[in-house]
Write a protein that binds this ligand. Structure first.
Ligand code: NAD
Length: 441
């Protein structure tokens, strides 16, 4: 089989590389010439564990190609994936201009039957719009070429993307013809051998599945953050409550960790887009509206604790941040809670020194020189009035607190991810604050 993957970001690059890994001939396409030039030299536009090595292996094997030329790459393809961004428009709905531009480009260049698949997260009804773009483009050329559209939402997690793609919990494919189903089943066959299921459904259901999945996960997070905040007020320990409820199989242990709010490129925008889709169709998503507002407030919880600890006056304080990315094992800074915290700290007249194992170059694009980028986690805390743990990178879990204590000006830790034990921290002489547990300071 021969396929094209259009859009070479987190989703497109992982998708293309994993299909090449199982022996399929893949061309990854992007409009960003620099990205493609870099990829041809083995330089990746993103950080994703294991990806660099897998890309170079498949390029060397001659199965993975990079190009900016959609017209050439699309020729004789069995399947073309659209994996470009769908950022929120001004009103919160998903902006489809990139997806539809690619559909037009495919229609202007395709020369034989193929399945055009939306892998980007797109609202219900998008596949129909993609079909119209293709028909119009083919109409303008005055040619008649058969094609099918399909919806194949992606469920990979940044930081574990390769494993998620190669060993998926499930593959969801929305189709409207048997021919398309056959092509998609053949394409995904290598991933099904170990019992990973593929679920075929109609196209609108597949499109909705992705939004429902992300919205459910965001709901778990906001629900738990709400419970955490109440635990703190009432003198309960949210870590205990989490264990207590997680052992109920109907609830489950995953995704019920309190923290400083969800971020990233998906949950915030997908929750917003689903609320908007519903509103446009006369339905009010009451739960999701609450999920969103709880999350907005939660991104400020750590800052509020810092402010309270210092009696409302933060002017001239030096604060250290451990972690910038929205979660560990990625350099993705989109909608990261760190950005909200830093903005608020700077507005209060603080200086900020941050360390993140991989996200500092990416953070620099947004934060420029408004903060100091430390050379390691210990460098960040030198002379600091307090340390804020923002992202739970593994290397922050068991630091040498004797060194940290020696380097800091004040021994104060605000743990936004509950990775330390309150009693241990207090024994080590730190004033310790975390989420959903009332501590003694
Ligand atoms: P991204 O911003 O990392 O990558 C998008 C790429 O598309 C960019 O490299 C951009 O240059 C390219 N592009 C834009 N217009 C183009 C065009 N006309 N032709 C060719 N290339 C073009 O985005 P992403 O994070 O990979 O997300 C892509 C889609 O997948 C989104 O809809 C997102 O919601 C969804 N998704 C993302 C994740 C994730 O974890 N990042 C997971 C599941 C689904």
């Amino acid at each position: 089989m021969k396929i094209a993957v259009v859009g070479t970001g987190y989703v497109g690059l992982v998708t293309g590389t994993c299909f090449a890994e199982v022996g399929i001939d893949v061309t990854c396409i992007d409009i960003d010439q620099k990205k493609i030039d870099n990829l041809r030299h083995g330089i990746l536009p993103i950080y994703e564990p294991g990806l660099e090595e897998m890309v170079s292996r498949n390029v060397e094997a001659g199965r993975l190609h990079f190009s900016t030329n959609l017209g050439e790459a699309i020729k004789d393809c069995d399947v073309a994936f659209i994996a470009v961004g769908t950022p929120p428009g001004e009103d919160g709905s998903a902006d489809l201009k990139y997806v539809l531009a690619v559909a037009r480009g495919i229609g202007e260049n395709m020369n034989s039957y193929g399945v055009i698949v939306t892998k980007s997260t797109v609202p219900v009804g998008t596949a129909a719009k993609v079909r119209r773009e293709l028909e119009q483009a083919l109409g303008k050329r005055g040619v008649q070429i058969d094609f099918d559209v399909a919806s194949n939402p992606e469920f990979l997690k940044e930081g574990a993307a390769i494993d998620d793609f190669l060993k998926p919990d499930r593959i969801v494919v929305g189709v409207s013809s048997e021919r398309a189903e056959e092509v998609m089943r053949k394409l995904y066959k290598p991933f099904l051998l170990n019992g990973h299921p593929i679920i075929f459904m109609d196209i609108p259901s597949a499109e909705m599945t992705k939004y429902a999945a992300n919205s459910m996960l965001a709901t778990k997070i906001s629900f738990m953050n709400d419970i955490a905040n109440l635990c703190e007020i009432m003198g309960a320990d949210v870590n205990m409550v989490r264990k207590g409820i997680g052992s109920d199989a109907r609830i489950g242990t995953k995704f019920i960790y309190p923290g400083i709010g969800y971020g990233g490129s998906c949950f915030p925008k997908d929750v917003k887009a689903l609320i908007k889709t519903a509103a446009e169709n006369g339905y009010d998503m009451q739960v999701l509206k609450a999920v969103e507002s709880v999350n907005d407030a939660q991104k400020e919880v750590l800052f509020n604790k810092v402010r309270k600890h210092f009696g409302g006056d933060l002017k001239g304080k030096k604060l250290a941040l451990w972690g910038l990315s929205f979660k560990p094992k990625t350099d993705d800074m989109r909608e990261a809670p760190s950005l909200v915290i830093i903005e608020k700290l700077l507005a209060e007249g603080c200086t900020v020194s941050a360390y993140d194992p991989v996200a500092m170059p990416e953070a620099r694009h947004t934060l420029h020189d408004t903060i100091t980028y430390a050379k390691d986690q210990y460098d960040a805390v030198i002379d600091a009035d307090a340390l804020l743990v923002v992202t739970e990178w593994p290397e922050f879990r068991a630091p040498n607190f004797e060194v940290v204590a020696r380097l800091m000006k004040n021994k104060v830790v605000f743990d936004g991810r509950n990775i330390y034990e309150a009693t241990e921290m207090e024994q080590a002489g730190f004033a310790y604050h975390c989420i959903g547990i009332r501590t003694h300071h």
